[in-house]
Write a protein that binds this ligand. Sequence first.
Ligand code: GCV
Length: 643
Amino acid sequence: MTFDPCWLGGQRLPEVTVHASGALAQTIRAELRQTRRVQHEVEVALCTLGRLEETPLAAWVEQALPVDGLGGEGFLVMRRGNHLVVTAETGRGLLYGYFYLLRYFEWMTGDFTVVERPAVPVRMLAHWDDLSGAVERGYSGRSIFFRDGRVVQDLTRVRAYARLLASIGLNAVVLNNSTVGPAETRLITDHLPDVARLAAVFREYGITVHLSVNFAAPIVLGDLDTADPLDGRVARWWAAAAGRVYDAVPDLGGFVVKAGRPGPATYGRHQADGANLLARALAPYRGTVHWRCFVDDPDQDWRDRTTDRARAAYDHFVPLDGMFDDNVVLQVKHGPLDFQVREAVSPLLGELQETRFALELQVTQEYSGQQKDLCYLGSWWREILQFDTTGGGGPTVAERTEMIVAVANVGDDPNWTGHKLAQSNLYAYGRLAWDPAADPVSLLHEWAAATFPIDDRTRAELVGIMAGSWLTYERYTAPLGVGFMVTPGTHYGPSVNGYEYSASGAYHFADRYGVGVDRTVATGSGFTRQYPEPLASRYENVHTCPDELLLFFHHVPYDHVLQSGTTVLQHIYDTHFQGYDEVEAMLVRWKAIADRFDPAARDNITARLEGQVANAREWRDQVNTYFYRLSGVPDALGRTIYG
Ligand code: GCV
């Protein structure tokens, strides 16, 4: 099958000499054999620090090295005159340096020195792929790993994928869905030789493979009648299972677990008992347990407004802080609900003190247009990463987390992501995981420059169309952080009351007077208490709560005046008209440049944007009509709202 080279298509480099040994140096040499050559006066050398003497800039580089070194993944790039040297302490660092060179070589003029080190040590993509080839919340075709109950034979595409990930600095991958079915439970038994084949391909690019495992595996595989974490037989079962797994893949990163039913609670145990059970099985191999914190409130009921799904993760895990083994990492979704296009940042990310944790994002656009609608999420992730967990002067989420994980958005679609422009989300995710302070718009420029052979003005126009698309998407969907007005099940398109009477805990509570979820301590669910001061008070007070989160934290009357000066109802109308108009404008702007792109990209993007216009129209009209019918208050500007 042919597939799009993504952002690794057209780059050129001059002759490059490699002074390094080891597996990743071989990968770099193989890369260089594939890269197109360009005549250039600059002589480029890539070398590990131990072989610096073999390069002409050795003395200069020695002087420029940071006192604390380059670390296991960092690199230094220096140009002096006609010599350019990329150096690193390790093969992995050198590989990242190589990709840096590939990305920026065209712009490297004059003498310069750059030192790059990733901000976060583990930068992971999690696949929700099943052995059948289906991808949960996948919008780009079928799995590139699995087909018809087994690992695919031909790993050409997997190797191309590993290259793509390494080129943006990602170093870890989870192969399968954390909702582990009976078939996938056998990934740690029957399928191990195939898992080893996949791991070998990723290893070539410095990427560690992880498996999602079924907490109930001892039962599902028919060996025991319990999965009780405090039962010695269960512990021995997992120890033996881990031994077999590490015989097959000695450098496996570890296990990912979403413990549902059965989970530790089934046996009256707490989450730390469950996580530590697996941690102890993995410890001899230095493996890590990634324990997902996506839990619900079993008592959740729309009739009872004191129950609140948003509180669940914190309520479960903060009391256990400090009780997890050192090789457990709690994986925390960025928001307390579920990857919404706007929600508060999870208080767990600020509150865990004695427990390692990872921030979890969603690159696959489950709630943000499903790669049918254009929604560039780099800007949203950057806000989350830079969120001050103390509300003033404290560490940001990026500073506190030691791992970043995101649900992948690729499949076997020829362009990998279904919507060609959704490639930019994968790109931005990797780059932000490496550098959480990176500017999302600059990342779009980088991605577009590496992806399309277009002139600078066309690129600027494309970036202009894409840059604000997250806010546009927010405007035509659920307002002011209230979330979940999506069609139940599919999560695409509007259904304002879709989840209103469900046990999901995702409500907006709109009535004839007002809308929003009261999460205050004073009159609501008390969720605001989970934040430290001054954040707690800022969210608790309806006048200081940021507009964009108002309905996440408060139930207010329609005529409540926002800090922006407009009423809640008028804001809903305005943003829905504006959001739709912006999508129409995106299509017009795109059509003006579309012919400058290759036919596959042109047709794909045109068709997706046309679909987005229809979707935005549906959202606009359903949301506006819904609130008009409830409130009886017309649009102040007299625009068409269907009664
Ligand atoms: C894998 C959301 C999705 C589910 C997903 C779950 C999770 O609720 O809708 O498909 O399940 O998140 O994060 O585990």
